[in-house]
Design a protein around this ligand. Sequence first.
Ligand SMILES: *[C@@H]1O[C@H](CO)[C@@H](O)[C@H](O)[C@H]1NC(C)=O
Ligand SMILES: *[C@@H]1O[C@H](CO)[C@@H](O)[C@H](O)[C@H]1NC(C)=O
Ligand SMILES: *[C@@H]1O[C@H](CO)[C@@H](O)[C@H](O)[C@H]1NC(C)=O
Ligand SMILES: *[C@@H]1O[C@H](CO)[C@@H](O)[C@H](O)[C@H]1NC(C)=O
Ligand SMILES: *[C@@H]1O[C@H](CO)[C@@H](O)[C@H](O)[C@H]1NC(C)=O
Ligand SMILES: *[C@@H]1O[C@H](CO)[C@@H](O)[C@H](O)[C@H]1NC(C)=O
Length: 360
Amino acid sequence: MAPSAVGSFVALGIFVVFCGVSCYPDVLRKPPQYTINLDLPEEDRWTNVVKDYHQIVPDVYNVLKSYLGNFPFANLTIKAIEAVAADIDNFLPKPYAGEMRGIAKALNMNLGGIVGMNILYDVSAFCTSIVTQDAKGQIWHSRNLDYSFGDMLRNITIRVDFTKKNQTVYSGVTYAGYVGLITGIRPRGFTMTLDERDQGAWWENFIIGLLDRRAMPISFLMRDTFTECSNFTEAVNKMAYTSTEASGYVIVGGVQKGEGMVITKGRLGPVDLWKLDPANGRWFEVETNYDHWVAPPKSDDRRDPAVKLMNEIGPKNITVDTLMSVMSLPPVLNNHTTYTIIMSAAKPELTSVWIRDYHG
Ligand SMILES: *[C@@H]1O[C@H](CO)[C@@H](O)[C@H](O)[C@H]1NC(C)=O
Ligand SMILES: *[C@@H]1O[C@H](CO)[C@@H](O)[C@H](O)[C@H]1NC(C)=O
Ligand SMILES: *[C@@H]1O[C@H](CO)[C@@H](O)[C@H](O)[C@H]1NC(C)=O
Ligand SMILES: *[C@@H]1O[C@H](CO)[C@@H](O)[C@H](O)[C@H]1NC(C)=O
Ligand SMILES: *[C@@H]1O[C@H](CO)[C@@H](O)[C@H](O)[C@H]1NC(C)=O
Ligand SMILES: *[C@@H]1O[C@H](CO)[C@@H](O)[C@H](O)[C@H]1NC(C)=O
């Protein structure tokens, strides 16, 4: 087998898996598109989405069960999730509490399931994000989202335009039932993605987060940022300096030359701000799930293959197609990849989103 046909990655940090190209999700499928009207009451906003996704009801419980089964303090965590659900308006900020209540009601299910799903999805994503400045000065942003629950999540991946007064304020790719955003674009403003940073167990973050009510899930902060901020500088400042339940890598792209950054975020503030510096040759930055100043582990090196191919392509040849080729290179593309997005805040019409599937 040719070396390029062999990829390796770590699943759940335990199993090292080797496989040929053919076992990767090699079918491209466009996700369904929805509009969330922010002028509607919170409880009513997601009704048109969840009516098409009744299958998320059993899946939420499967996810919770398989997750919690593997971790200590499982019962404590379930109790904590139920406590949050019982007093959701006190624990979770607007508009997310109301939106989750509306989703649970539309699905006729326990609010704890929706709360648990929203919090768990926040903490388990392995991903690759790349921010790039091409030779003409245009900023591009591409990402793969890799998840352990790929089969279920591919089925509920959707594109969403969030509108006010019938105008799109921001758009994102998300999962039906999930109210935060970890991938999005504010047209002519900025693009932003979240990659997981593994710092402590997720349930630890969650319980710490409950004790510190100023802290919120990063996915909620990201949606707040898309709602409130209109440019790169504002978005970077809000994301970097707001307390969150977990740490994470926030990748931001803007519309002006040089506006690209990887924020390595701690719970309380930035650990590191890594900005594009095209004048000195740093015309792109690749972030996976490791601090950029340390080498990725050999067992999960998606960074170096992406860097190598980006350098081969070069800043004069950046297009949706060439970026797609980087996101499709194993092990950047791997068995857990659920979707790929290529976007540019300056040219929102170029946005290209694909579910990566095994079957059509
Ligand atoms: C957690 O809950 C399950 C089911 O309710 C129970 O069987 C188990 O003993 C509990 N574990 C602990 C450590 O309390
Ligand atoms: C995903 O959707 C496909 C096609 O509708 C279906 O066959 C499959 O069972 C679904 N998988 C999950 C995990 O929901
Ligand atoms: C919203 O905009 C679309 C086209 O952008 C138009 O077709 C539709 O009629 C508008 N709806 C309202 C309520 O203004
Ligand atoms: C970003 O937006 C803020 C608030 O609207 C404004 O004060 C600032 O000048 C803008 N910065 C850039 C670089 O456009
Ligand atoms: C651009 O990159 C693609 C993919 O790597 C390659 O096939 C093509 O030859 C390149 N074009 C130029 C002009 O360098
Ligand atoms: C990848 O996932 C597919 C579909 O679930 C499965 O058939 C295949 O065996 C998996 N490959 C590896 C290496 O786990």
